[in-house]
Structures are given as structure tokens and as C-alpha cells.
Design a protein around this ligand. Structure first.
Ligand SMILES: [Fe+2]
Length: 231
């Protein structure tokens, strides 16, 4: 993926019903832990591959000899683990189930710098896979004069460019379950994004979504390139 592209769809097939069943079961039986509670509300995670089931941060920088399939992952999610193991990665760093509760949100943030090239932090861009996609639930990239949502449908996968400011929100009454994978990949079939850019000033999103409006104000220009070639 070029580093300016907001997202790209990845064409992979998956046993979505089995993965959904295993994800829902994890959620309902309480096998998950709060993730980034400082800048999120109602966000939970369970690591399938990484440093441990409840170590949900890091994983894409450190010592790969520490990474393994977690016992809970193997026991509770055999079909998901088997499917993940069949994917064409050169090296896997982390695979996690992510749960966003009804009413939950992840505040506006970015995870990399705009100039940071793919692979600079070891992994390629994160692959974000929708396991359930309730209505009124979105992963939204925020630019100076507008925003665009990743067009998830259940069972769809996207490389997500987290250099841009973004937030997620679940305004439905159902749990939103995603998988996020960090890996180095062999060839994958990709489709360039077609942005549906909605005009809205970056300061006019929900108040609960802001951590630091002043900083955002200072830097938003740098994170809002001309993306018209992606419309
Ligand atoms: Fe992020």
C-alpha cells in the first residue's frame, strides 16, 4: 500500500461464521481485557498471537522470539487460529480480537507519522478485519475539512493507514468485533480505495472524541493531504 492511501481492501476468504461464533463466545465468556482505557471507552481485546493473551499493546517492535499462539486463543478459537495460520504472511507479530461495546468509542488519534514509510516499524500496515459490523458503527479518518469511513462489511478486510487521525465509534446496540493483524505479508490481492469524503470541519465531531483539541488544531494540516485522486 502506498503511504498516502487512506485504506485498501484486501481480498481474502474466511470462514466468517465460525470466526464470528468464536469471537462472540470470547466476548460472552469474558476472555478479554480493556484496551487503551485512557483514550477509549468500552474497547476490549484478546490476543491470539503475541506476547500473551492479555498483552494487547506492543507486539510489532520487539523480540519476535516472544511471540506465540496463546493458550486461550488455541483453546477457545481453534477455527480462527487455523485460518490465521493459513494466511500468506512472511512473519506474524500480533493477531488480536478487538471488541467495541455498544456506546463505546476510541478517541481521535493517529498511530504513525505521515512520513513514516511502510515497514519502518517492522510490520506492514495493520490489517483490520470486520467480524461483525453493526449499523451505525464506523472507523473514521478525520481530515481538516472532512472525513471518510472505511467501508466495512462483515467478513471484509482492509489495510488501514493509521498515519491519519482516526476514531471508532459503536452507536448500535450490538458488540462490534474485529480482528487486527500485524504482519509482514507475501503477495495479497488488493483494491485501491474509493473515498467517500464527507465535508465536515475536524472540530465538529462528538465532544467525547477529543483528547487534545489544541494539538489537533496545530497539526491537522500536516495530516490532511490532497486525497482527491482517491475519490
Ligand atoms: Fe489507531
Amino acid at each position: 500500500m502506498d503511504k498516502k492511501s487512506p485504506f485498501q481492501q484486501v481480498f481474502i476468504s474466511m470462514p466468517i461464521n465460525l470466526i464470528k461464533e468464536e469471537g462472540l463466545n470470547l466476548w460472552q465468556t469474558g476472555y478479554h481485557t480493556q484496551h487503551r482505557s485512557r483514550n477509549a471507552q468500552g474497547w476490549h481485546s484478546l490476543t491470539l498471537y503475541g506476547e500473551g493473551p492479555y498483552i494487547t499493546l506492543g507486539g510489532d517492535y520487539g523480540d519476535s522470539s516472544k511471540y506465540h499462539w496463546t493458550d486461550i486463543g488455541k483453546r477457545m478459537c481453534p477455527a480462527t487460529v487455523e485460518w490465521l495460520q493459513s494466511l500468506p504472511y512472511k512473519e506474524l507479530y500480533r493477531a488480536r480480537f478487538m471488541f467495541l461495546e455498544p456506546g463505546g468509542y476510541i478517541k481521535i488519534h493517529h498511530d504513525k507519522e505521515p512520513e513514516e514509510a511502510i515497514g519502518e516499524v517492522v510490520v506492514d500496515d495493520a490489517m483490520n478485519i470486520s467480524v461483525t459490523q453493526p449499523n451505525n458503527c464506523y472507523l473514521r479518518q478525520v481530515f481538516k475539512d472532512g472525513y471518510s469511513d472505511v467501508p466495512f462489511k462483515e467478513g471484509s478486510a482492509f489495510f488501514f493507514n493509521n498515519r491519519y487521525f482516526h476514531y471508532a465509534e459503536n452507536r448500535s446496540s450490538e458488540i462490534r468485533i474485529h480482528l487486527i493483524l500485524h504482519a509482514k505479508w507475501h503477495f495479497l490481492s488488493l483494491r485501491k480505495c474509493k473515498l467517500k469524503f464527507i465535508k465536515q470541519n475536524y472540530l465538529n465531531h462528538g465532544n467525547e472524541l477529543y483528547e487534545n483539541k489544541e494539538r489537533l488544531n496545530d497539526v491537522i494540516e500536516n495530516y490532511s493531504p490532497d486525497l482527491s485522486s482517491y475519490y
